[in-house]
Design a protein around this ligand. Structure first.
Ligand code: G1P
Length: 310
């Protein structure tokens, strides 16, 4: 395996990037796949979607929505499945709760609740069978008209001064094309991710030559892994329709992107920030500590507690 250049956490800059003439359009839509079963969190996920597990005081999926909205997205397409109704309820107005809070003299809590349903327009489409990430994205096709869009995987949290999606969209303004977020991982972890074969263009920007989903260490072309943030063109849908089942007998977004990279420039952006796989128990707990420490209400108490453990 050739070890890729390590993403060393620099903010994506424009230095050395040639300004292209094709203007980037403002991306308005984000697809967030939320149909997964969340088996790693059983029994907590027996009746609660894993995307609704709270980190500090917000469900996991709200972090992804806020990241998208703060980057200028105003329409969120959730690809849902069975037992995911609470996600719809969370992003809707809760009249009963609002009335109860008013009656209990807790009206000061209302604006924070209203903000959630007013952040964006929310649309839902069902993925009827668990056939992989590529298939989940394909389910969103009827809700995306001919435009570029972004995909966020809610169980990946990047704790950074500039959000992961914003870092990518900043570069998209200069290189408007399909893009994936990247971070280097330990060699032992390459088999958990999509891994890229890429040519470095600037300190943070790569051109993707190939991609492999969850390769063995021997087959991994580098240690640069795909983070769950993507900027995709509408043409990805035609590609996904042609993509046959790959690793895990699932339709892989990685395979469709690899095919796209053979026809047009697909970029990789080394993302700055601390990455948490909140879809995994240890990653979820680490994210809780990291976000808890920066929370104005509980940060200090948590810091004191952790110091005491030392
Ligand atoms: C998915 C993608 C993989 C990517 C990962 C990031 O895998 O298929 O390429 O590296 O997300 O979290 P999953 O974690 O859904 O198995």
């Amino acid at each position: 395996m050739t070890v890729g250049k390590v993403c060393n956490g620099h903010t994506p800059g424009v230095q050395g990037v040639r300004i292209l003439t094709r203007a980037a359009k403002q991306i308005r839509k984000a697809v967030i796949p939320v149909a997964g079963l969340g088996t790693r969190f059983l029994p907590a996920t027996k009746s609660l979607p894993k995307e609704m597990l709270p980190i500090v005081d917000k469900p996991l999926v709200q972090y992804a929505v806020e990241e998208a909205v703060s980057a200028g997205i105003n329409q969120i397409v959730f690809v849902t499945g069975r037992n995911k109704r609470t996600i719809e309820d969370h992003f809707d107005v809760s009249f009963e709760l609002e009335v109860m809070l008013q009656r209990a003299n807790k009206a000061h809590l209302l604006p924070k609740l209203r903000e959630i349903s007013e952040m964006a327009t929310f649309c839902y489409v069902r993925q009827q069978e668990a056939r992989g990430l590529g298939h989940a994205v394909l389910c969103a096709k009827p809700l995306i008209d001919g435009e570029d869009f972004v995909v966020l995987l809610a169980d990946e949290i990047l704790h950074a001064p500039v959000s992961a999606l914003q870092q990518m969209l900043n570069l998209y303004q200069i290189r408007p094309g399909p893009m994936v977020g990247l971070q280097a991982v330990e060699q032992a972890a390459v088999s958990q991710y999509g891994i890229v074969d890429a040519k470095q263009i600037t300190q943070t920007l790569y051109r993707i030559k190939g991609m492999v989903e969850k390769p063995s260490l021997e087959d991994a072309p580098s240690n640069l892994s795909v983070v769950g943030r993507y900027i995709l063109p509408h043409t990805i849908f035609a590609q996904l329709e042609k993509t046959t089942s790959g690793v895990g007998n699932e339709i892989q977004l990685t395979d469709a992107l690899k095919a796209l990279a053979g026809r047009m420039p697909v970029y990789g952006v080394c993302l700055e920030g601390e990455r948490f796989d909140a879809g995994d128990k240890a990653g979820f707990l680490k994210a809780t500590v990291a976000l808890g420490l920066s929370d104005p209400q509980v940060g200090q108490t948590l810091r004191t507690y952790l110091k005491q453990l030392d």
